[in-house]
Design a protein around this ligand. Structure first.
Ligand code: ADE
Ligand code: ZN
Length: 336
C-alpha cells in the first residue's frame, strides 16, 4: 500500500452515507453476545464464523447476516455494536454518518423498536460528545416482506418520529421493485422524512428510474447498474442525483468480478455524484478507509479524484446546506 495515500485518505474529512449497523457485527462481538443470550450459533469460533463469509450473491449474504443479527437482543447490545462502529469510523476520518438499521428484522423476532432506538441513539449521542461526530438515522423497509408490512413498520416508526430522519428500502432486490412501495413513501415524505432506496445493486436500471419517479428518492443506494441505461446516467448527472456506492460489497456479492472492473471511476468521470461507503463492513472485508483504498489502487484514482469523492459525500448528505458547504470547503483545503 502507498502509505502516504493511506494517510491522505484517513485524514480527509468524509461522510459515510450507506452503512447498515447490523452489518458492523464482527464475529468477535457476535460470539460473546450469543453466549450472553444463550444462543447457539452453528459456528464454534471467530475463525469459523469468518470463514462462512464467502458469498455468491446478495441472498447468500443476507441469509448469514440475518442469522447473526439474532444475537442482538437488548438496548445494550445495540449500543455496544454502534459505539464500536462509530469509534472505528472516527479513527478513519468519518465526521458525519447516516446510519441504516432494519427495524422489521428486530420487531419480527420480539425485540422492541424502543430498545433498538435507545441503544442506537445512546451511542450516537456519545459519539457526538466524544468526537463531535454528526449523524442521521435511517430505518429501512425490508422489501421482500412487502408493502403492507412496510406500511405497518412506518406506523410504528412515526410514533418515534423525532428519533429518525428518513427511510430507506433494502434486502432482496430482484422481484421487489420500488413501485410496490409508492404509498409507503408518499406517507413518509408527508411526514417530512428524507427518502432513499437501494436500487440497481442486483436489480435492473429500471428499478433506479422507479425509485426516482415513483418513490421520489433524494439519493440512490448502490445504483451501479445505471450504466446499462445511458439516458439514465445522463439524468443522474443532470439532476445531480447522488449514488452511495459500496465497492468492496459489490465485489463480495459478485456485482463486479474484481475491483479493477468496477464502474465507479467511469461514473465519476461522467459527472455522476458518486460516493464511497462500506455497506456491511464486518462481512465485506473493510470499513470506509479500506473501500477508498481499494478503489484508489484498483482504479488508479488520483488524489484529486479521492478528494472529489469525499466532497461528494458531504454534498449528498442530509446535513443543512451551510454545514455541507463548510465540510466541502474543508475537503478542498485539506492537506495531509
Ligand atoms: N441489507 C444489508 N446490506 C444490504 C445490501 N447490500 N443490499 C440490500 N440489502 C442489504
Ligand atoms: Zn446496503
Amino acid at each position: 500500500m502507498d502509505s502516504s495515500m493511506g494517510a491522505f485518505i484517513r485524514g480527509l474529512p468524509k461522510a459515510e452515507l450507506h452503512l447498515h449497523i447490523e452489518g458492523t457485527l464482527e464475529p468477535e462481538l457476535a460470539l460473546p453476545l450469543a453466549r450472553k443470550h444463550g444462543i447457539v450459533l452453528p459456528y464454534a469460533s471467530v475463525e469459523e464464523l469468518r470463514q462462512a463469509y464467502e458469498f455468491t450473491s446478495l441472498q447468500s449474504f443476507l441469509d448469514i447476516y440475518y442469522a447473526a443479527t439474532d444475537v442482538l437482543r437488548d438496548a445494550g447490545d445495540f449500543e455496544v455494536l454502534t459505539s464500536a462502529y462509530l469509534k472505528r469510523a472516527h479513527e478513519q476520518g468519518v465526521v458525519h454518518v447516516e446510519l441504516f438499521f432494519d427495524p422489521q428484522v428486530h420487531t419480527g423476532r420480539g425485540v422492541a423498536l424502543a430498545s433498538v432506538l435507545s441503544g442506537l441513539t445512546r451511542a450516537l449521542e456519545q459519539a457526538s460528545h466524544a468526537y463531535g461526530m454528526t449523524h442521521r438515522l435511517i430505518p429501512c423497509f425490508i422489501r421482500n416482506l412487502g408493502a403492507d408490512a412496510a406500511m405497518q413498520a412506518l406506523d410504528e416508526l412515526l410514533a418515534h418520529r423525532s428519533e429518525i430522519d428518513g427511510v430507506g428500502l433494502d434486502s432482496t432486490e430482484c422481484g421487489y421493485p420500488p413501485s410496490l412501495f409508492r404509498q409507503v413513501y408518499d406517507r413518509a415524505r408527508r411526514a417530512g422524512l428524507q427518502v432513499v432506496a437501494h436500487a440497481g445493486e442486483e436489480g435492473p436500471a429500471a428499478y433506479i428510474g422507479e425509485a426516482l419517479d415513483l418513490l421520489r428518492v433524494q439519493r440512490v443506494d448502490h445504483g451501479v447498474r445505471c450504466e446499462e441505461d445511458p439516458a439514465l446516467v445522463d439524468r443522474l448527472v443532470r439532476e445531480r442525483v447522488p449514488l452511495t456506492v459500496c465497492p468492496l460489497s459489490n465485489i463480495r456479492l459478485k456485482v463486479f468480478d474484481r475491483i479493477e472492473s468496477h464502474n465507479l471511476k467511469r461514473l465519476l468521470d461522467a459527472g455522476v455524484c458518486v460516493t464511497v461507503n462500506s455497506d456491511d463492513p464486518a462481512y465485506f472485508g473493510g470499513y470506509v478507509l479500506e473501500n477508498y483504498l481499494a478503489v484508489q489502487q484498483g482504479l488508479n484514482l488520483s488524489a484529486q479524484q479521492i478528494r472529489a469523492l469525499a466532497r461528494n459525500s458531504f454534498e449528498a448528505s442530509f446535513l443543512p446546506p451551510e454545514q455541507r458547504q463548510r465540510w466541502m470547503t474543508a475537503v478542498d483545503q485539506y492537506r495531509a
